[in-house]
Design a protein around this ligand. Structure first.
Ligand SMILES: Nc1ncnc2c1ncn2[C@@H]1O[C@H](COP(=O)(O)OP(=O)(O)OP(=O)(O)O)[C@@H](O)[C@H]1O
Length: 251
């Protein structure tokens, strides 16, 4: 396996608050890598640094072998990184299908002028996007909601729409921030099945969560505590680690 993502000695401060302290880890191609940690550990800050929403005070983010530390969100997206948010971010007024068509945009080659002129290539891209969106609607079990504005759906379904929209962009690295938050036990099981299947098909996934149950699908995990990686290994190794138990499980 080769590293799709390398986090190298990343530190970050918010004013006087030292939130990340020399964090290093890799996400290997084809893996499901988990990042756990208690509230306030620095997970969201690190996630924002990885996805380009924040620039670290110190350190580097290497994506597909390229230094991406100062690259913007759009650039990273074109390189193949897609992320979801702790609170699902859907286009609330667009239907589920329209959300997914919008998600296919990364593959579009035509610009605003071509779209305005209605050139054949634009029409072909729109047709292709509609086919991909319809397939995703089936796959993510969103059929009954296809023509419903995404903002009207319950939280669990919005999360699926957001995930499906990220997946239709065919990311090389799918980064998920607390994807099980707000989901019922049954919905978490469905989410785990979907993520397992995506990984079997070759998608690399970075999963940031404090949900240990969800971590069952990971191949390797890292535990973050007070801005430092305190342990790395399998889920079983994490459960057995006295440092993780003390810091994270509170036992
Ligand atoms: N924009 C900000 N300005 C100042 N402090 C911040 C900012 N964002 C986060 N922090 C602080 O940084 C620390 C780490 O926060 P972060 O949200 O990264 O942790 P987390 O592990 O994601 O926690 P949670 O699980 O509660 O979301 C916290 O003490 C938080 O209050």
């Amino acid at each position: 396996m080769s590293a799709l993502l390398e986090v190298r000695e990343v530190s970050h401060r918010f004013g006087g608050l030292h939130v990340l302290k020399g964090v290093s880890f890799t996400v290997e191609a084809g893996s499901v890598t988990g990042l756990i940690g208690p509230n306030g550990a620095g997970k969201s800050t690190l996630f924002n640094i990885i996805s380009g929403f924040l620039t670290p005070s110190v350190g580097r983010i290497v994506l597909l072998g390229e230094d991406a530390t100062r690259l913007g969100i759009q650039h990273r997206s074109r390189m193949g990184l897609q992320r979801t948010f702790q609170t699902p971010q859907v286009f609330r007024d667009l239907t589920v299908r329209e959300n997914l068509v919008a998600g296919c945009h990364r593959h579009g080659r035509t610009g605003v002028l071509e779209a305005f002129l209605g050139l054949p290539q634009v029409r072909r891209e729109m047709r292709d996007a509609a086919i991909v969106a319809d397939a995703a609607i089936e796959r993510f079990d969103l059929g009954p909601y296809r023509d419903v504005p995404a903002g009207e759906l319950p939280a669990g379904r919005q999360r699926m729409v957001e995930l499906a929209r990220a997946v239709v962009a065919e990311p090389k690295l799918l980064c998920l921030d607390e994807p099980s938050s707000g989901l019922s036990t049954a919905e978490v099981q469905i989410l785990m099945q979907v993520l397992r299947r995506l990984n079997e098909e070759g998608m690399t996934i970075l999963l940031v969560s404090h949900d240990m149950e969800l971590m069952e699908i990971t191949s390797k995990m890292h535990a973050l505590c007070f801005g430092e990686i305190i342990a790395s290994g399998s889920l079983d190794a994490m459960r057995a680690s006295p440092r993780v138990r003390e810091a994270y499980l509170g036992t």
